[in-house]
Design a protein around this ligand. Structure first.
Ligand SMILES: Cc1ncc(COP(=O)(O)O)c(C=O)c1O
Length: 377
């Protein structure tokens, strides 16, 4: 039976294995594994890619959020407005520093925070907005920045899923992560730019944010053994930096490939519009990098569909089955966020990864059409 994996690094590794092995070999030969030339060069290359002044590499996307929040001055008792439809780490990072995530419902079509619902949650304790560019589609940063500017709020962008994505503001397109006070990225292996282990980075144009973040990631010190604040051990290591430097050269190609796969899904699935609502592909406003290809199931039972596809050898996933405000750490708050709650029941993601064979897309679609055929009967 044919097998379509949900995610695979095989095509990428086939393409880059020799180059990457060579870089890893150089690190082994150098004997320097922490904060050496690959980390420094990678940070500079990230600054060039994004056209920003500063980049601080860290140990994970979660740490990138925690450290960005603290570096931007968010502290215990502050409120941070964010989305309940994301990976848990977004809210967790806010709570772990003693601040409070305030969840705002999402937009039905973009799955991102609904900017029109933000303002009603702003009060004296509100210090920041933390939008997530979910599945590779940027949040509506024009509206978010307008609100932030009006109330003097910090904006930290969760770019874990949006490396290379762009959003239009006025007449120009901006890379996600370059719009707010800081952008936090994850290099978890499945990300659009992924390491072969854990990793993350913070980008910013603010010198103060850069300085504090640089200290926080290294036990609160600028100078060796002179620790000024309480921080973390959150350093990206040399081997991961070497891998990422190679992969950074291919990231635009990888994103282009993901977009081609998503385009093909959208074309082939358009005839199933009674059953499946396709993800937004609005090139006038967004450069979507399709970290996930997620659709809304309008009819039929999601579990049964997943089971049917599994029988056909097609892996699927549900991002995310639970709204964050309904998870144990937050359920006492009694939020009612109907769009998020509905989408959690409808959403389903199909296989996508860069350099995935388009024949696999055709097979997924063919299997979906078979399921729809059975449903119609
Ligand atoms: C939206 C979002 N935020 C934060 C994170 C955390 O990143 P990491 O796993 O590198 O800590 C992830 C990772 O899955 C994510 O998807």
């Amino acid at each position: 039976m044919k097998k379509v994996e949900f995610f695979s690094l095989k095509p990428e590794i086939e393409l880059l294995k020799n180059e990457i092995m060579e870089s890893i070999g150089e690190v082994l030969d150098s004997g320097k594994f922490i904060m050496d030339k690959n980390v420094k060069n990678f940070e500079q290359e990230i600054c060039q890619y994004f056209g920003v002044k500063y980049a601080v590499s860290v140990n994970s996307g979660t740490d990138a959020l925690v450290i960005s929040l603290r570096a931007c001055g968010i502290k215990e008792g502050d409120e941070v407005i964010t989305t309940p439809f994301t990976f848990f780490a977004t809210a967790e990072a806010i709570s772990i520093i003693g601040a409070k995530p305030v969840f705002v419902d999402i937009d039905e079509n973009t799955f991102n925070i609904n900017p029109d619902l933000i303002e009603e949650k702003v009060n004296d304790k509100t210090k920041a907005i933390l939008p997530v560019h979910l599945f590779g589609l940027p949040a509506d940063m024009e509206k978010i920045m307008n609100i932030a500017n009006r109330y003097g709020l910090v904006v930290i962008e969760d770019c874990a899923q949006s490396f290379g994505a762009k959003v239009r503001i006025g007449e120009e397109f901006f890379l996600t992560g370059t719009i707010g006070n800081a952008g936090a990225f994850s290099f978890f292996p499945t990300k659009n730019l992924g390491a072969y282990g854990d990793g993350g980075i913070i980008i910013t144009n603010d010198e103060k944010v850069y300085e504090i973040a640089s200290m926080l990631k290294n036990h609160g010190s600028k100078k060796k053994y002179y620790n000024e604040i309480l921080g973390y051990n959150s350093r990206l290591d040399e081997i991961q930096a070497a891998v990422l430097r190679k992969k950074l050269k291919y990231v635009d190609k990888s994103n282009h490939s993901r977009r081609e796969i998503a385009k093909r899904y959208n074309q082939l699935l358009s005839s199933l519009s009674d059953f499946i609502e396709l993800p937004l592909f609005d090139e006038k406003k967004y450069y979507h990098v399709f970290h996930q290809y997620s659709v809304k199931l309008k009819k039929g039972n999601r579990d049964e569909l997943r089971e049917f596809l599994q029988q056909k050898g097609v892996d699927t996933f549900v991002y995310y089955p639970y709204p964050i405000h309904k998870l144990p750490p937050y359920e006492g708050e009694n939020y009612s966020l109907p769009v998020t709650e509905k989408i959690c029941k409808q959403i389903i993601s199909f296989p996508i990864y860069h350099f995935m064979d388009l024949e696999n897309v055709d097979y997924v679609v063919q299997s979906l059409k078979e399921w729809v055929g059975i449903e119609i009967k």
